[in-house]
Structures are given as C-alpha cells and as structure tokens.
Write a protein that binds this ligand. Structure first.
Ligand SMILES: [Zn+2]
Length: 322
C-alpha cells in the first residue's frame, strides 16, 4: 500500500532578517517565504511538522571554518559593512545570526534523525552554504551548512561514512574543499559545467586528494541539459557510487536553481524532475541509512519555481509511489 511519510521542516523566522540589500540581489527573504506559503497551503501540509532550530555552537562552526574568519564575519556585520569579501555576499546587522541559525538547523536535523522517529528532515535555510570555504564567503554563502552538519554527524554520532549529494545547479566548491582529503565523507555533485558556470570548479577530473581520492564525484552537465541527462547520471554514476560506498548517513545539498524558470543557470530541469530525484534518494536512504535523509536548501532564485520544486522534491522523498 502506498504510504506518505511525515517530513520535519526545520525553519526559523531569523532567516528572514538576512537582508541582502534589496535591488537586484537574487538571494532574498522572499525565497523562504514562498516555500513556507506553498508548503502550508499545498497538498503536503498535513504531513509536515514544523520545528525551530537552535543557533549552532561555535565549536561546530570551527570544525569547518577558521575562527579568525568567524570573527571577521561577525565584526563586519556589527560594523555595519554591507558586504563580506565580495559584493555578491551582501550582509546586514542580522546576517551573522541568520547564518549561525542556518548552520544550527542542520545540527538539529541530525539530532532529530538520530533520536526521533521521523526519517525525513528538510531545512529551508538562508543564507545558503555550499560555496563557503574555510576562510571565505562566496556566492551568497557564509557558513557551510552542509559541511558543518556532516562533521557534526560524524563526530557526535560516530557515523563513519557519510554521503553528500549536491544537485544545486552550481558546484559546491566549499563542501568539496572541506572533505576532499577524507575517504569517510563522499561528495557527489551534478552541476552545470564549470567552463560556463560559477564558481568554475567541479570538473570530472576532480576526484578527491590524497587519502580521499575516489571519494569525490563531479558530474558536469552542458548548458541546456535537462531531466534525461540528470536521470542518466543518477542511474549510471550516482547509484553505483552509493552502492560502492555504502553510506551510514545521507545529506542532500538541495538547490533548485537548475530549474528551467530559474535564470541563475543554463540548466533546464522540470519541476517534476525533483520528485524523481526525491524518489531515488528515498530508495537509497532505505537501502543504506534506515530511511533517514537530511536535506538542506542551497540555491533556487525564482521564488515561485523554487517553492513548487521544493514541494515536488519532498513529495518524491515522502511518497513511495513517486
Ligand atoms: Zn546554485
């Protein structure tokens, strides 16, 4: 019998306080508001349980970021600076608190998955994280939410092998950099080819370094690539990588800016593709991780397309007939 699982949504009003200056900046509070509105009024509403995160403790941030960078970020915010490192990374007085809460959502998600009965957690956070490096903000990202959650999951709950799948349109350079010498944390990313797309990394030849060689998998797609190429990559490359790695925990860098109505990439994914991805991820989670999946929002800059894509993804994750 078909069954629809409940999903925990970890959300905070603090995310709305991260003001990127208005005007033309695409990373706006409207993104998470559109997700909330759609999830609360759409067909999934009765299956969702909304939970508030707590701010991430400094020691978990410092596993992934230099303390001097954290001070620099905090000081820039308190001093009233309007950007950090590059004008893409707009900040306001509340941006540090928003970023620390976004990182905290991932940690709360790990705790719930380890201690609670629910198996699916989605964190619609902002600011996003996958471009943030150890000592550098990049591409609207300040703290690497996914890397911080992976490190926490490994250290606190002794999960030895963690698989991170990133389906944002852009390569998650910061996640790759955090774990490229680690054989215990596998990073797989499907993204628009770096020749055409920000941040310019994520070539297929990047397979990890030193002891982590083989635990990085980059699948760059040409501009215009759509559902077929993604599903082929999932079947031919991601699935076999998971079979081979046999993860104990699964984290998804869930970015939706490859959608055909999103101007941030040349990729051309349909809304329904995200259900298909959710279905594959549910299958893998069941096979390796007791059904548990932690998904954390990355990009997605057309608020309406983003909200519908998130709903589509969650439906695929939760419903065993998708
Ligand atoms: Zn992106």
């Amino acid at each position: 019998m078909a069954e629809f699982q409940n999903i925990i949504i970890i959300d905070s009003p603090v995310y709305d306080n991260h003001d990127t200056g208005g005007g033309t900046h695409p990373e706006t509070p409207e993104r998470v508001r559109a997700i909330r509105e759609r999830l609360n009024s759409g067909p999934l509403a009765s299956f969702l349980k909304w939970v508030e995160p707590r701010p991430a403790a400094r020691k978990w941030l410092m596993a992934v970021h230099d303390e001097s960078y954290l001070f620099r970020f905090e000081e820039a915010v308190l001093a009233g600076q309007t950007w950090l490192g590059h004008q893409d990374n707009q900040i306001c007085f509340d941006s540090f608190d928003s970023a620390v809460m976004a990182a905290g959502a991932g940690l709360a998600g790990v705790d719930l998955l380890e201690k609670g009965a629910e198996k699916l957690v989605f964190c619609p956070v902002r600011p996003p994280g996958h471009h943030a490096e150890r000592a550098m903000a990049l591409g609207f990202c300040f703290l690497n939410n996914i890397a911080i959650a992976a490190d926490y999951w490994q250290r606190v709950y002794d999960r030895q092998r963690i698989f991170i799948l990133d389906f944002d349109a852009h390569h998650g350079n910061g996640i790759q950099a955090a774990f490229e010498t680690s054989a215990a944390i596998f990073y797989a990313s499907i993204h628009e080819h770096p020749t055409y797309s920000f941040p310019g990394s994520g070539y297929a030849e990047e397979r990890g370094l030193d002891g982590g060689r083989g635990a990085t998998l980059n699948i760059p797609l040409p501009p215009g690539a759509g559902d077929d190429m993604v599903l082929e990559a999932v079947k031919e490359k991601i699935g076999p990588a998971l079979e081979n790695f046999r993860p104990e925990a699964l984290i998804i860098a869930a970015g939706f800016d490859a959608h055909e109505q999103d101007d941030m990439s040349g990729l051309d994914y349909s809304t329904i593709l995200y259900s298909r991805l959710g279905g594959w991820i549910r299958k893998w989670a069941g096979q390796f991780c007791g059904g548990r999946v932690l998904s954390i929002l990355e990009g997605g800059y057309n608020p309406q397309a983003l909200a519908l894509s998130v709903e589509s993804y969650l439906a695929g994750l939760a419903y065993d007939k998708m």
